[in-house]
Design a protein around this ligand. Structure first.
Ligand code: PHB
Ligand code: FE
Length: 335
């Protein structure tokens, strides 16, 4: 081991956690040639051609999504420099790959890893670096601080599993409707949302196949932000509503089109070219607005107060290849 002088030197190229915690109480980690270290305020990332620093609260919020979503669709940019690309079985971990300046200076760097290996190390970093009282999924107004010397942990929060209904929330054997008794109180910003549930009268024999639930009530009881839940599935059509507040902690680079339906309040989307980061649009969505996000962009949302967003995903495994080969348009609609 090297002594801890505050440098971000990685001690060995082996993947995993390095034995001794640093003087702030946090372990160092490595993944291939990438090194990860945190201090009281920052996450430091190193790779053979460079180094990068992020505020540790932003880093942990992004890491939390990447882990919980199993690397999501396409690219998860933690910021304009560092992130992951999902190849559905393997994952690229990159620095500067989708950043014009890094590319031109030939400072970008990428490694391809087995999904299980990167997930294991990312989960270990998330657990080790998250202090007691900090919840990376919560809105900033509803969590304690990420900063400071290592104190405690919040394993229950960082190992939450994503809601993934098999058919639909509320159907027999599927994800449950949320209520107070189940530990899902109404969020402070959704106190006015009606909580009545529909009465479903299925014909005898169809009780297992007919259902209904109050989506607004369900969302009003979400304890987390920027975390789409799969609430209904029809073949590849996935309804993934979510409640949003503050800033989407990742800049998502699409590998397929996504549709957004804003169910309440307002979200501003900064939309950039997926590969260069060049600015493409600012989309301000108000309640009732529908937006189609193309497959060649990246986007980050800003929600001034808690809002309800329906994300509609096409989960087909064939789409990334169909789009990158030009057989299917990157744009879901032409105007
Ligand atoms: C997206 O990248 O499309 C996305 C991710 C998380 C959300 C909403 C949208 O909560
Ligand atoms: Fe997206």
């Amino acid at each position: 081991m090297s002594s801890d002088t505050g440098s971000v030197q990685v001690d060995t190229p082996a993947t995993g956690s390095l034995a001794e915690p640093n003087r702030h109480g946090y372990h160092r980690f490595s993944l291939g040639e990438f090194g990860f270290e945190r201090d009281e305020y920052f996450a430091h990332i190193t790779w053979p051609t460079g180094a990068h620093v992020m505020s540790v609260d932003s880093f942990l919020r992004a890491l939390q999504r990447d882990v919980a979503w199993n690397f999501f669709y396409g690219i998860v940019n933690f910021d304009g420099v560092f992130g992951t690309v999902n190849h559905y079985g393997t994952v690229d971990i990159f620095a500067g790959r989708y950043n014009d300046a890094y590319r031109k200076a030939e400072l970008d760097y990428l490694e391809n890893l087995e999904t299980d290996d990167i997930r294991g190390v990312f989960m270990a970093i998330l657990d080790d670096w998250t202090n007691e009282g900090f919840d990376p999924f919560a809105s900033p107004a509803e969590t304690g601080t990420a900063f400071g010397e290592k104190h405690g942990s919040n394993t229950a929060a960082v190992s939450r599993v994503r809601v993934e209904a098999k058919r639909m929330v509320g159907l027999p054997g599927d994800e449950k409707i949320r209520d107070d008794a189940g530990g899902h109180p109404v969020n402070r910003q959704f106190a006015d949302v009606a909580q009545d549930e529909p009465v479903v009268e299925a014909r005898p024999g169809y009780e297992d196949r007919v259902g209904g639930f109050n989506l607004a009530a369900y969302l009003s009881r979400s304890p987390v932000t920027w975390n789409p839940s799969i609430v209904s599935v029809c073949r590849d059509s996935l309804m993934c509503p979510t409640t949003e507040e503050y800033i989407l902690p990742i800049i998502h680079g699409n590998d397929r089109a996504e549709w957004f339906v804003l169910l309440s309040d307002e979200i501003v989307w900064e939309v950039e070219d997926r590969d260069s980061g060049a600015k493409r649009a600012t989309v301000t969505m108000k309640a009732g607005d529908v937006a189609a996000m193309p497959a060649d962009i990246r986007h980050q949302g800003y929600a001034p107060k808690r809002s309800m967003l329906l994300v509609w995903e096409n989960g087909s495994a064939d789409l990334p290849a169909l789009i990158s080969s030009g057989q299917v348009s990157a744009r879901p609609v032409e105007f």
